[in-house]
Design a protein around this ligand. Structure first.
Ligand code: SAM
Length: 230
């Protein structure tokens, strides 16, 4: 049996009672980084063996994990933060479970997408999650394909590319599109900035360096700042 267990994106209190129980009852916890997850496991006194499972060994490790589950082990998969499988390893293992008839349960829980979207003050009834844009090749093409997207768009981005990303949004979607930057969600220096893509690009470019983790949220085509009036 495989359990996909979401873990906090910053605040260690953000873990469900069920997630803690599943982790405690597991025979093995597959971690993106055993040291990172070790902090959480120590905090909740969970003393279960761990094994690394990350982007560079997932193909190799999957066969081993499948064999263990076929022998009856309960394995919990966690990533460094948030939900496994969301811009993190998970897909490959879930697909292997499907192919081998091994049941999978995905627990609901933390992910950076949802709080970034709901705090953005942008429409959240319909949205599209774009994950990370390609760092270089194909980046512009991907954004151009989104020019007429009418749903709110959510992007993960590394802090050192934040200003360039917002400038590209302003160029491709227009400088008047409402947008938001959600930084360090659930952490001590949590910060949310809202404005047009042009305003936010100026703001980010004025900063010497953007620190921490960020999610960029951009309104869909046709949405104007009139949304924030009234
Ligand atoms: N699996 C994770 C999830 O469910 O959200 C995402 C992992 S991905 C490798 C890491 C990215 O998630 C960061 O670059 C950032 O875009 C976003 N992220 C994670 N934690 C965050 C936080 N506390 N505040 C803002 N963004 C965060």
């Amino acid at each position: 049996m495989l359990y996909l267990v979401p873990t906090p994106i910053g605040n260690l209190e953000d873990i469900t009672l069920r997630a803690l129980r599943i982790l405690k009852e597991a025979d093995l916890i597959a971690c993106e980084d055993t040291r990172t997850s070790g902090v959480l496991l120590a905090r909740y006194e969970i003393d279960v063996p761990t094994i690394s499972y990350h982007a560079h060994n997932e193909r190799r490790r999957t066969a081993d994990l499948i064999a263990r589950m076929q022998a009856g082990q309960r394995i919990a998969l966690v990533s460094d933060a948030g939900s496994p499988g969301i811009s993190d390893p998970g897909f490959y293992l879930v697909r292997a479970c499907m192919q081998h008839g091994i049941p999978v349960e995905a627990l609901p829980g933390p992910t950076a997408i949802v709080p970034a979207l709901t705090v953005s003050a942008l429409p959240a009834e319909r949205f599209v999650f774009e994950g990370f844009l390609p760092a270089k090749k194909g980046r512009r093409t991907r954004l151009e394909a989104l020019r007429d997207e009418s749903r709110t768009m959510v992007f993960y981005e590394s802090p050192h590319r934040a200003a360039a990303a917002m400038r590209q949004f302003a160029e491709i979607f227009g400088p008047d599109r409402p947008a938001a930057i959600a930084r360090e969600l659930t952490k001590k220096f949590e910060e949310v900035q809202r404005g047009t893509t042009g305003e936010l690009a100026d703001l980010l470019e004025e900063k010497p360096r953007v620190r921490g983790e960020i999610v960029l949220v951009v309104a869909g085509a046709g949405v104007t700042t009139a949304l924030w009036e009234g």
